[in-house]
Design a protein around this ligand. Structure first.
Ligand SMILES: Cc1ncc(COP(=O)(O)O)c(C=O)c1O
Length: 373
């Protein structure tokens, strides 16, 4: 097995092999919402392509879109950004990879559990990981003294709100992380792609709000606008020089985001009802799934945001074993907890599927629990 392949990609690959043999699989291992892209977004993309926006574009992104993003973040987070604080990227994933590559730091601090791609990127780039574990029993929130391990790193990567747990850091914890970073000249890479999908009354504070110049935040249109296939995201920093360096590096290796896709993103931002509707959908599906899973004996911290649940498998069953049985007996693909750190008792479900599919998945999960040895 390729050691840089995250476990949920492996499950996905096996699931697709089963599908090619005619076996129907419910995909809950990847965060790809089962929602259609809003028609207005597709129309805007099509219009832009017809109007000739089909060439190389600005490496930072078209100014109108960057201005619109700045206004959006200023509005939602009380920031004071303009277009030069922003660089468009072909999705959040590549933004993280490019940022890690550009900053070229060796010791990366992560808060676990964390989205598995951080392990893969660290392996590809030969980085040393210094982890701070959080525990289910603590509501997936870090203990203060554990954060001291970050004093010794060059860069801290935080996913907030979290994938896989859907929890949101307390402001006090964030203050401590930023204090450690400032005192020790450490970079912060804040993955905030789920900030728009908070469905509880909890205060979210972006790492950008501290104004610390060594901070880059990552955002994406993938989940909030259900635009996973468009591949469009962006990085933001209050430090314009850092954004300039990032965009030069992006231009070197990628060029820029296709201009007609940028017009689609611009249209998305003009219609905030889209993200409001999607958030409502995710909240309802997440609540439904967590309620049904609890009835089957799964134990979990209720997510406050995002499109995932990270429960403990019932009856002490090992998460990796359950993932495999669920795929072969139940025909449901999920991610083992080992993909997000050393969490063998847990698995991650994507909740962003339509209700009838979730109901079928629950039946299959029940059947698997009753029929596994
Ligand atoms: C925490 C986190 N960051 C970044 C991404 C990347 O998303 P995309 O590359 O689709 O923008 C994802 C996708 O699942 C994610 O969960």
């Amino acid at each position: 097995m390729d050691s840089t392949e995250p476990p949920h990609y492996r499950i996905s690959r096996i699931a697709r092999e089963l599908e090619s043999k005619g076996i129907d699989i419910i995909h809950m291992e990847i965060g790809d919402p089962e929602l259609d892209v809003d028609r207005r977004i597709i129309d805007a993309m099509y219009r832009a392509a017809l109007e000739g926006y089909t060439h190389y574009g600005y490496s930072k992104g078209i100014p109108g879109l960057r201005r619109s993003i700045a206004n959006y973040l200023n509005d939602k987070l009380g920031l004071d950004l303009d277009e030069d604080n922003i660089c468009l990227t072909p999705g959040g994933k590549v933004a993280i990879y490019l940022a890690l590559r550009l900053l070229n730091k060796r010791r990366i601090g992560i808060l676990e559990p964390i989205w598995g791609l951080y392990y893969s990127f660290s392996k590809v780039l030969n980085l040393d990981i210094i982890n701070v574990r959080t525990e289910f029993e603590d509501g997936w929130l870090p203990k203060d003294d554990a954060l001291k391990r970050f004093e010794d790193v060059d860069l801290i990567s935080i996913v907030n709100p979290s994938n896989p747990t859907g929890t949101i850091l307390s402001i006090d914890t964030q203050d401590k992380i930023v204090e450690i970073a400032m005192d020790n000249d450490i970079y912060i890479l804040a993955d905030e792609i789920y900030f728009d999908l908070i469905y509880r009354d909890i205060k979210f504070k972006s790492f950008l709000e501290y104004g610390y110049e060594n901070t880059l935040s990552i955002f994406s249109f993938s989940k909030n606008y259900a635009m996973t296939g468009f591949r469009v995201g962006f990085v933001v920093s209050t430090n314009k020089e850092l954004i300039d360096r990032f965009s030069k590096y992006m231009r070197l290796v990628i060029g820029g985001v296709p201009p007609f896709i940028q017009f689609a993103a611009l249209e998305a931002l003009k219609n905030r009802d889209i993200v409001d509707n999607n958030r409502r959908f995710y909240r309802e599906q997440t609540r439904y799934l967590s309620g049904e899973l609890k009835k089957l004996g799964f134990d979990m911290v209720e997510p406050s945001a995002g499109i995932y649940i990270f429960p403990k498998v019932p009856n002490g069953i090992d998460g990796v074993k359950f993932t495999e049985k669920l795929l072969t007996i139940g025909r449901v693909a999920v991610s083992p907890g080992t993909g997000f750190g050393d969490y063998p008792e847990f698995i991650r479900f994507t909740t962003a599927l339509k209700r009838d599919k979730l109901a079928t998945a629950i039946e299959r999960i029940r059947y698997t629990l009753e029929n596994m040895d």
